[in-house]
Design a binder for this molecule. Structure first.
Ligand SMILES: NC(=O)c1ccc[n+]([C@@H]2O[C@H](COP(=O)([O-])OP(=O)(O)OC[C@H]3O[C@@H](n4cnc5c(N)ncnc54)[C@H](OP(=O)(O)O)[C@@H]3O)[C@@H](O)[C@H]2O)c1
Length: 304
């Protein structure tokens, strides 16, 4: 009997927790969850899941050594990492691949934290989002060095999490008093791709299971891609009441940011008003492989 495929899942927040049931259901696998405070996550342990202490801000040599013990490393550590952490992790993974080669082990499969927009297009958001720029740099590093370092990689572009679209602080779907306002970023025809975190886990598990070719490439997923007009119509139907419609054009978003140049959410909104944040559903892996996912209409009906 061959030994179980060893998966390291780094992080068990909103995303990692949603991944876990899908990963742990895969046959002949064992998932190790690496977090800084394992005692917070003891409830996740089972016969196919262990929780271990791991801090990706630690020294690189030890981390590479540790990563080399796994066949697959999936990053779900969230956005709150300090500058340089994502590139550091990618470099450690590259070294882990070499360590595995030295001991005649197969390639390490890496899923970097890219569960978001198309960072090849957004770049660093014209200087507004250095983190997005770093994510584009991770892609370029993997493209250039993965093969020679005994690494294979998959980037899964998911758009924003479905939950995020409806967050009050995001300011796109806002409930105040008894009323609801829906705001378009850029204009009503501009689009946004969103995927529910559990569906991201479902798609990830199918990729890990070898359901389709995703080697050394960016694959696109989408629970849905909607224009802001479609979003407003969906919310109106789900809530059973008319919504206020407000357009936040790029000049408006720029002027708002100029008032508070350090406001992260204002920067984020401006970047989301530009390109690289939506793609056609027909080109996604979930569409092509008939993986059922929640669309915005279904999600909104549960919310309102
Ligand atoms: N695509 C998107 O829509 C998008 C993009 C950006 C942000 N967001 C928002 O940001 C949040 C993202 O959720 P998430 O699951 O990615 O993150 P999260 O809920 O903040 O969870 C992060 C996880 O990583 C672990 N972690 C953090 N630093 C670590 C380190 N140095 N070493 C090892 N583990 C570490 C944390 O555990 P410990 O603290 O125990 O280590 C935690 O389990 C959501 O609220 C989402 O709405 C979404």
């Amino acid at each position: 009997m061959t030994s179980a495929t060893q998966i390291l899942l780094i992080g068990a927040g909103e995303l990692g927790t949603a991944f876990l049931p899908h990963l742990s259901a895969l046959p002949h696998t064992h998932t190790t969850v690496g977090v800084r405070t394992p005692e917070k996550y003891s409830h996740l342990s089972s016969c196919t899941v262990s929780v271990v202490p791991l801090d990706i801000s630690g020294p690189s040599e030890a981390l590479s050594q540790s990563f080399s013990n796994y066949d697959i490393v999936i990053s779900a550590t969230g956005f709150g990492q300090s500058s340089g952490t994502l590139l550091k992790l990618a470099k450690e993974i590259l070294n882990a691949g070499l360590l595995r080669r030295n001991t005649n082990q197969s390639r390490l499969w890496f899923f970097p934290w890219q569960w978001g927009v198309d960072y090849d297009i957004t770049g660093d958001g014209q200087g507004l989002m250095p983190l997005f720029g770093e994510q584009a740099a991770v892609r370029n590093l993997l493209r250039a060095e993965a093969t020679q370092n005994n690494i294979k990689w998959t980037v899964v572009s998911t758009g924003i999490f479905m939950s995020f679209l409806f967050e009050q602080f995001w300011g796109v779907v806002v409930r105040e008093g008894g009323g609801i306002t829906v705001r378009a970023l850029r204009n009503w025809d501009h689009g946004i791709t969103v995927t529910d975190v559990s569906d991201i886990g479902k798609i990830l598990a199918q990729i890990v299971a070898g359901g389709f070719d995703a080697e050394n490439t960016v694959v696109y997923a989408a629970g849905d891609t909607v224009t802001y007009k479609e979003l407003a119509d969906i919310v109106e139907r789900a809530a059973g009441q008319p919504v206020e419609r407000e357009e936040w054009t790029i000049p408006y978003l720029e002027a708002e940011l100029a008032k508070d140049p350090d406001d992260q959410i204002k920067k984020y909104r401006l970047v989301f008003a530009r390109d690289g944040v939506c793609w056609d559903k027909s080109g996604t892996v979930n569409y092509k492989h008939s993986i059922p996912v929640i669309d915005v209409d279904t999600y909104a009906r549960k919310l309102f």
